[in-house]
Design a protein around this ligand. Structure first.
Ligand code: COA
Length: 568
């Protein structure tokens, strides 16, 4: 049964107890299991596997805001990695504003494989099996079983040849079970009859985890506004293309999808290794490992995503019934059938995929990636001293961290050795942020697990998160120094060097030629002009003298000049 309101806005700001108080549809047993810190007592753990020495608790959180097939769902995740649930809820909230997710699932058909060796004729054996299929199915389904009473049981038998082996596939409807046990039992039961019919030897008879007959599909459509704009959509399309084309990227892309699917599977007591194996085998079914999801833009510019993968999950049997926390998680979900669970897991996988891609394509170095680092030296401890240390971070000046959640627990090290803790800003509100002041406090915990939780000058350190922009951005390179002027060194008489250089210049040479031509012309013309002038002058004087001689008025000077001219 889905919930009335999966929004639970601000759910993440509450403490675990207040969050549990909002899960009003849960039974007291489920609430108790969730609050018990793991929920598995040692006797139950010892019954589940062999050689038990303890159990491992993982945090269980709830992804909010999911609308799937028009109904609201709160989805439990069991996972150790932070920001997975935040990212899934965030995308679910965005998708909810556009109608949420749609799903469709195949019938819960599992495949049981029977390997037949040394078959005299595989084509003949195949014909015999096909002819006997109805009677074989009747034989398989003729057992007292709730699954068969509910409409399940073997539905088909298919034959394949793989190398020189005849491989039979029993296609079994397992209803709300994961189905491994039912399918394995059927394969074992029918093996002697298969040997008799084929003349071969049956070796393996076991379920296939490539549950290709049990596919779950989910799709979603988001407007540009809901996802953050057209640029974000374009980035997501390019990121998805990368995953479709490159197995190296596809592995990480699909890991992001499985962050949700495996976490829900684990929370709900599913065989998450089987789910992982099936998903990755399906991702490589074409012969090249590729993305499990596809993303495109529709005619209205909306982002459309879809996913298809085998999901062999059950809500009856297995750990989903034994483990109290798994039971509580199924109660949180309130699904009616294994198919419904598969659809929800596929939708959450698609949301997780989109959340990771959106975070990657909108990654902003300007505001993220600030980090803090504190270091310390482990002190000498006497016999009664602390065994381990817890690390706290607070923004308030407090005298005790008694009621605060530690950042790290169980820290310890050899006396005198260095230790350090680095923290990098993430999208989460509780992460460190720029320009904020934080106190990191190391609290000793004694052998019995007690501490006074007191903050003292010696066990606390204050740190401001400064802008580390230039740690992640590289300044543009310094412009290269201007090239030295193209003037060679001329030694102590630079004017002479420059003159020599100038001699090499075309214009200088032209000017020089003109100068020389003018100079030589003048050299010839000026004496000629002077000579001409003197001749002219002499002619005038002689003319004057001749005139004076004729007139008888010749002076002594003129007479002397005339005499000089005679000897010139
Ligand atoms: N814990 C749980 N849910 C959170 C959350 C947190 N710390 N921060 C945001 N959310 C969810 C809530 O559902 C919230 O809705 P609500 O306030 O109605 O409850 C919704 O996101 C929107 O909150 P908002 O504060 O607007 O989120 P945001 O846009 O700042 O995004 C992150 C915060 C962490 C979700 C986002 O930065 C992100 O997706 N980071 C990448 C995480 C990731 O993909 N990691 C890798 C795993 S594959």
């Amino acid at each position: 049964m889905p919930v009335d309101d999966s929004c639970l806005s601000g759910f993440y700001r509450l403490d675990p107890e207040a969050r549990r108080a909002l899960l009003t549809h849960l039974s007291p047993e489920a609430l108790e299991a969730l609050s018990s810190g793991g929920g598995l007592d040692e006797a139950s753990a010892d019954r589940m596997i062999e050689n038990v020495v303890g159990s491992l608790a993982l945090p269980v959180g709830i992804a909010t805001h999911f609308i799937i097939d028009g109904k609201q769902w709160l989805i439990p995740f069991a996972v150790e990695e932070s920001s997975i649930i935040a990212a899934a809820s965030n995308i679910a909230k965005r998708a909810a504003s556009c109608g949420g997710f749609s799903t469709s699932c195949d019938e819960p058909l599992m495949i049981g494989q029977i390997q037949v060796l040394d078959v005299p004729s595989i084509p003949e054996a195949t014909s015999v099996i096909q002819a006997e299929e109805a009677s074989l199915i009747e034989f398989l389904n003729d057992i007292p079983s709730t699954m068969i009473q509910l409409g399940g049981g073997c539905k088909r038998i298919e034959c394949r040849q793989v190398e020189d082996m005849l491989i039979l596939h029993l296609i079994v409807d397992v209803r709300d079970a994961m189905g491994a046990n039912a399918v394995n039992t059927m394969a074992e039961r029918i093996a002697p009859r298969i040997e008799a019919l084929t003349g071969g030897r049956v070796l393996l008879r076991i379920l296939s985890n490539l549950a290709s007959e049990r596919l779950a599909r989910a799709s979603v459509r988001l407007s540009p506004d809901a996802i953050g704009g057209e640029d974000v959509i374009a980035g997501i399309i390019d990121a998805a293309r990368f995953a479709e084309a490159d197995p190296y990227r596809a592995a990480t892309h699909n890991k992001g999808i499985m962050n949700a699917i495996s976490a829900i599977g684990l929370a709900c007591g599913q065989d998450w290794r089987a789910i992982e194996a099936g998903a990755h085998a399906w991702a490589a079914i074409s012969g090249q490992y590729s993305s499990l999801s596809t993303w495109s833009i529709d005619d209205e510019g909306w982002l459309c995503g879809s996913i298809e993968l085998p999901l062999a999950v059950g809500i009856v049997g297995g750990a989903s019934k034994v483990h109290p926390v798994a039971r509580a998680c199924l109660e949180i979900l309130g699904v009616d059938s294994a198919q419904q669970l598969a659809g929800i897991m596929a939708a959450a996988g698609l949301a997780q995929n989109l959340g990771a891609m959106r975070a990657l394509v909108t990654f902003d170095n300007n505001s993220k990636l600030h980090s803090t680092r504190i270091s310390w030296i482990w002190p000498e401890i006497d016999e009664e001293g602390p065994l381990i240390w817890n690390l706290y971070r607070t923004q308030l000046t407090v005298s005790s961290v008694n009621f605060m959640a530690p950042l790290r627990t169980g820290l310890s090290g050899e006396a005198g050795e260095d230790a350090w803790f680095n923290e990098t800003e993430s999208g989460l509100r509780e992460s460190i942020h720029l320009e904020q002041y934080y106190y990191y406090v190391l609290i000793p915990i004694d052998v019995v697990g007690n501490s006074d939780y007191l903050v003292r000058p010696g066990n606390s350190r204050g740190i401001v998160v400064h802008d580390q922009y230039w740690s992640y951005h590289f300044p543009p390179p310094e412009p290269p120094p201007p090239p030295p002027p193209d003037v060679p060194y001329y030694g102590p008489s630079p004017w002479y060097g420059r003159l020599l250089d100038d001699f090499g210049m075309g214009r200088f040479q032209q000017a020089g030629m003109v100068f020389i031509a003018v100079f030589l012309t003048n050299l010839m013309l000026v004496p000629m002009m002077i000579n001409k002038y003197r001749v002219k002058k002499r002619k005038v004087r002689r003319e004057k003298a001749r005139k004076a001689k004729r007139d008888g008025t010749m002076s002594t000077d003129e007479f002397a000049d005339d005499f000089d001219d005679f000897f010139d």
